[in-house]
Design a protein around this ligand. Structure first.
Ligand SMILES: NC(=O)c1ccc[n+]([C@@H]2O[C@H](COP(=O)([O-])OP(=O)(O)OC[C@H]3O[C@@H](n4cnc5c(N)ncnc54)[C@H](O)[C@@H]3O)[C@@H](O)[C@H]2O)c1
Length: 354
């Protein structure tokens, strides 16, 4: 049965897409786009023959090519999905839009604010949809947190913390901020509907590979541990810890409000991922001089928040297809992609100025 959130209007329309880049993440996008009722994955491109062989084996209906221009030249293809390294995003996206394609580009959208601004203005000028792979905007827990914030279940939001640490990738062109930061930045911007006015960051460049045991081939000194503080004009603050040093994978976000705390642990099963902690019970606060009982404080009531079961990546792919069919702006559009790149760049500059 097609779930409610996957149903889309204009059931008759089919969007043909091409996917450029099929390394680690590309095949996941191919699988999810193929699962949608209004989308056909026509062609996939990668520079490496082995990756294309894998695609042909896994998805026999999909054509493959080593030359991405074959996708761009194909007039029957309406949209292009880009899952190549970030340094190539801008050029591929621009070329695709100039050849009439809508574009879904993986995170981070680009390698500089200037590039991202150019992509957004090109999409606007050419009337093309531009969506960015911010998959956590579609995670059931993140959507629920946004709803609970809107309903003021935890009162006024004061502070958000996020820890995203794991082992580093075996090979990488970018540091931990550009690798993991897009997730937290896109979640915080989405939750608060605001962009920070101030960023402070602190980084470490521990000998790369020494801690993660992956034997990285990348000998450059890259930031592999970072603490970033965001301040919003509303007074809300956020602290983000990103790291590649931990063999204990952690994905923990906490939203602290005046009337409670939301704790989101992405590593737990769906029924335990999101908890609401009520205000604590503290009999010290109203104790009088004559009270002779024990003084104590304890945590408030803990409520498990039920979440809908859906694959975030599938919803994200559906959002892109819907945005084309229904001519609407996707929630993960180029503008939020641009803001995320701005934060990544500013975090790096903040480091450079120490
Ligand atoms: N949303 C997420 O959670 C998530 C997770 C992982 C990666 N990503 C993003 O996806 C993108 C790709 O990451 P990855 O881990 O799959 O990298 P990868 O290195 O495993 O794969 C990239 C592939 O792109 C191919 N490629 C490069 N230039 C090409 C070109 N001109 N034409 C055709 N193919 C080309 C390479 O041959 C390679 O196979 C990055 O932007 C990354 O940040 C997103």
């Amino acid at each position: 049965m097609v779930r409610e959130e996957y149903k889309i209007k204009n059931q008759g329309k089919i969007i043909n897409i091409g996917v450029i880049g099929c390394g680690y993440w590309g095949p996941k996008l191919v699988r999810n786009f193929l699962s949608l009722p209004n989308c056909r994955v026509k062609k996939v491109s990668d520079l490496k023959a082995g990756r294309l062989e894998f695609i042909r084996k896994e998805f026999p209906t999909v054509e493959t090519t080593r030359d991405y221009r074959e996708i761009l030249k194909d007039k029957s293809i309406n949209a292009v999905v880009i899952a190549t390294p970030v340094t190539t995003h801008r050029e591929l996206a621009e070329e695709a839009m100039f050849l009439g394609k809508h574009v879904f580009v993986e995170k981070p959208m680009a390698y500089s604010t200037e590039e991202a601004e150019f992509m957004v203005s090109t999409a606007e000028k050419l009337g093309k949809k531009l969506a960015v792979g911010h998959v956590f905007q579609f995670a059931p827990a993140v959507r629920k947190i946004k709803e609970l914030i809107r309903k003021k279940v935890i009162g006024k939001v004061l502070h958000i913390t996020s820890t995203r640490i794991n082992l580093g990738p075996p090979e990488t062109e970018v540091d931990v901020i550009w690798d993991l930061g897009p997730h937290d930045f896109s979640i915080v911007l989405y939750l608060l509907g605001d962009t920070p006015w101030k960023i402070q960051s602190n980084r470490n460049e521990y000998p790369f590979g020494a801690f993660n045991g992956t034997g990285s081939k990348n000998k450059n000194k890259l930031t592999n541990n970072a603490h970033i503080d965001l301040s919003f004009k509303s007074g809300i603050t956020s602290h983000i810890h990103l790291g590649w040093l931990s063999s204990n994978k952690v994905r923990l976000m906490q939203v602290f409000g005046t009337e409670g705390t939301l704790v989101y642990d992405e590593m737990l099963a769906l029924d335990g991922k999101l908890k609401l902690y009520g205000l604590g019970i503290d009999n010290r606060i109203k104790s009088k001089d004559g009270d002779s009982g024990a003084l104590s404080y304890k945590a408030g009531e803990i409520t498990m928040i039920p979440l809908e079961q859906h694959e975030p990546l599938r919803l994200e792919c559906q959002e892109f297809i819907n945005s084309i069919i229904e001519d609407k702006v996707p929630v993960n559009d180029g503008k939020i992609g641009l803001e995320v790149v701005r934060l990544l760049e500013t975090s790096s500059e903040s480091f450079n100025r120490n």
